[in-house]
Design a protein around this ligand. Sequence first.
Ligand SMILES: Nc1ncnc2c1ncn2[C@@H]1O[C@H](COP(=O)(O)OP(=O)(O)OP(=O)(O)O)[C@@H](O)[C@H]1O
Ligand SMILES: [Mg+2]
Length: 249
Amino acid sequence: MKFDEIAVSIKELTKCFGEHTILNGLNFDIPKNKITTILGFSGAGKSTLLKHILGLLQPTSGKVSVLGKDLGKMSEWELREFRQNFGMLFQYAALFDSMTASQNVAFPLKEFTKLSEKEINLRVKELLNSVGIQDDSFEKLPSELSGGMRKRVGLGRALALNPHIMLYDEPTTGLDPITTKMVNDLIVETQELNRNRGMTSIIISHDVKATLKISDYVAFLHRGNIVEYLPASEFANSKNELVLEFVNL
Ligand SMILES: Nc1ncnc2c1ncn2[C@@H]1O[C@H](COP(=O)(O)OP(=O)(O)OP(=O)(O)O)[C@@H](O)[C@H]1O
Ligand SMILES: [Mg+2]
């Protein structure tokens, strides 16, 4: 597919672990300002692909460019700086257990910005409100929050540094149906709220139905290659046997 603006460009990416080739000459462009989901059977290499986009793994061969920058040309230190362009929400929200909701969200702001305490407090309020956490929950510990609220706080923290790319690795796995719907709605809302500043969302998911509803584009990873890549509205009409099998599971 052709896009006007590209957030992530992957050319001929191959990754081997020992004798195992996990990614095999993969080509993949992810458009800017959109929600793109990567589907694939367990073990297909989705997380491995994500780690290359983050520069956490080095390709065996091939090239990964993010926001126009070739990651292969960056030093370890430059990569670490560059990762501030990413916000991440993982399967388990991974909050700091001993910190309140507001302390969790304040953490990256204290760590990576020169904002004053007052500015941080304002920004934390704005972030938590934007993900649907009301002021009366700001001082609660993660253990005092529901699973859905923990996800919200995790998302607030991931958004703290205005990431250009939000990455979601299995954001709804293990959640009940209502919380799943809430998280999916939140992903769409977050993309809408941040689109005008040029944010891109990339999701890795097993949840085909929700994926087709909330994504702009869907890619299917199989045996180290992207074997199907379509607008979400056309994905269920794929002619690829494996895709159809996956969609109808
Ligand atoms: N650091 C590593 N060393 C060796 N093998 C690895 C490493 N990381 C991943 N693999 C292998 O690469 C394959 C793909 O793993 P990966 O975690 O990317 O799959 P996945 O598509 O994310 O699966 P899941 O849906 O279960 O999360 C697996 O066979 C895994 O065992
Ligand atoms: Mg994975």
